[in-house]
Ligand binder design. Structure first.
Ligand code: URA
Length: 436
């Protein structure tokens, strides 16, 4: 059994951990006598502070990947291609939900197994969003997941005791110990999940701007380099998109509101930015599978217009135990109170997206401790983006809340999160760059 205390001292003093030490630590997490949470958290905190070099990061990623089973696609059709995308996280980032069924609807040979996470820090998690659909079950055996994947070519999964269990443990602790914003920990967390899927192609969506874990562009670039280098070493073809998170993505944030927006995207009725990003990623997957760019764009539009993309999502949700009918009913029955924030004067809207995310956690839309139960119905409607011109008294944010006390607590944060600037400033492009 690894003596975690000696690793804690070593990292505290800024020393490099050996491969044996990292492997011992990660395998201890799933042993019969795991280290206590306080020691794991202390080590995470020192890794957060002192960092890890490239070799340590690659070793940590591989150890976390090996903590669970690796995907094996036995008896899948010949020519099947397994693809996925992962985002570093943000506010209103629901793209995985419409993307997976849209990709599958567009190309028979593409399979989309996707292991996601729960809410992390100020960002919402794909798994929590999906679980806001009544009945939907993420935590299932790998064999069961293969069956769903084989039939529908999409399966939504989370970390379980079989699938990257080490990430499940570390992720939940990082969420509540202020240790999320670390390049090695983010790299290992994301790639341990994605590499265990045995993919043919991966898209990474790196968020930049005030709502990203690493808002400064130079740190985004470092994270891009770290992710690309570990992915390259493991020989998974990977494109890295750097996209803006200086404004929430789409018009809605909050679990059920984001599922609703995802359904709208699949019906061709979604907001511009979240629809565009969903289509751009889909196009990239289709090009990877052999489409010419023009054909890809036409196919995407057709599959949305004919309702095939929406049907695919519905089928996958039902295969995973969920019901969109019950979802609509739950939304209707769960009448939320609303509070509108208007522009105090005319000018240019500016969101501090991280603060928006923190306010959402405050309202009950995220966890402050590991055992917190999420309120699926709280959230925001944000019809404008950072940099948009707004008039005095125009609605810039609608808050859906349940508990007045929680609303009052989050209003203080929102005061500084939503601002009007007199001087205009350039809007960031949705996609800043693509590294192929
Ligand atoms: N997404 C993950 O899966 N892990 C992180 O650490 C950050 C974003």
């Amino acid at each position: 059994m690894t003596d975690l205390l000696s690793l804690i001292y070593k990292k505290r003093d800024g020393l490099v951990l050996s491969a044996d030490e990292i492997n011992g630590w990660i395998s201890s997490l799933t042993s019969r006598t795991p280290p206590p949470d306080y020691q794991i958290s202390a080590l995470l905190a020192f890794i957060f502070q002192k960092g890890m070099n490239e070799k340590e990061t690659a070793t940590l990623t591989e150890a976390m990947r090996q903590s669970g089973k690796q995907f094996e696609y036995k008896n899948f059709p010949k020519g099947a291609l397994f693809v996925d995308k992962h985002s570093t996280g943000g506010v209103g980032d629901k793209i995985t939900l419409p993307l997976a069924p849209l990709v599958a609807a567009c190309r028979e040979s593409l399979y989309f197994p996707t292991i996601s996470g729960r809410g992390l820090g100020h960002t919402g998690g794909t798994i929590d969003k999906l679980e806001s659909i009544p009945g939907l079950k993420i935590d299932r055996s790998l064999e069961d997941s293969y069956k769903i994947l084989k039939k529908h070519r999409v399966c939504f999964l989370g970390q379980t005791k079989d699938i990257v269990p080490a990430d499940r443990i570390l992720y939940a602790l990082r969420d509540v110990t202020g240790t999320v914003e670390s390049i090695p920990l983010i790299t290992a967390s994301i790639l341990s999940k994605k590499l265990s899927e045995n993919l043919d192609f991966l898209i990474l969506d790196l968020k930049s701007g005030s709502g990203a874990f690493l808002p400064k562009l130079e740190l985004t670039d470092k994270l891009a380099a770290s992710l690309s280098s570990v992915a390259r070493e493991s020989e998974v073809p990977c494109n890295v998109f750097v996209t803006r998170m200086d404004t929430p993505l789409g018009h809605y944030s909050g679990h059920r509101l984001e599922v609703k927006e995802s359904l709208a995207i699949l019906k061709g009725e979604g907001p511009a930015a979240s629809t565009e990003l969903t289509k751009k990623f889909t196009e990239r997957f289709l090009i990877f599978s052999g489409f010419a760019s023009e054909d890809a764009v036409k196919t995407i539009d057709r599959k949305i217009q004919t309702g095939e993309a929406f049907e695919k999502f519905k089928d996958v949700i039902e295969a995973q135990g969920g019901s969109l009918v019950k979802f609509e009913k739950a939304v209707k029955e769960n009448k939320m109170k609303t509070k509108v924030i208007t522009a105090k004067e005319k000018g240019f809207l500016h969101f501090d997206v991280r603060k928006l995310g923190l306010a959402l956690v405050e309202l009950g839309g995220g966890r402050k401790s590991k055992t917190d139960i999420i309120d699926n119905d709280v959230g925001f409607y944000h019809p404008f983006e950072t940099g948009d011109r707004v008039e005095e008294d125009q609605e810039v944010l609608k808050i859906y809340y349940r508990d007045k006390k929680k609303l009052d607590d989050c209003l203080q944060v929102l005061e500084t999160a939503v601002q009007i600037k007199i001087e205009s400033f350039p809007k960031s492009p949705l996609i800043r760059k693509v590294l192929v």
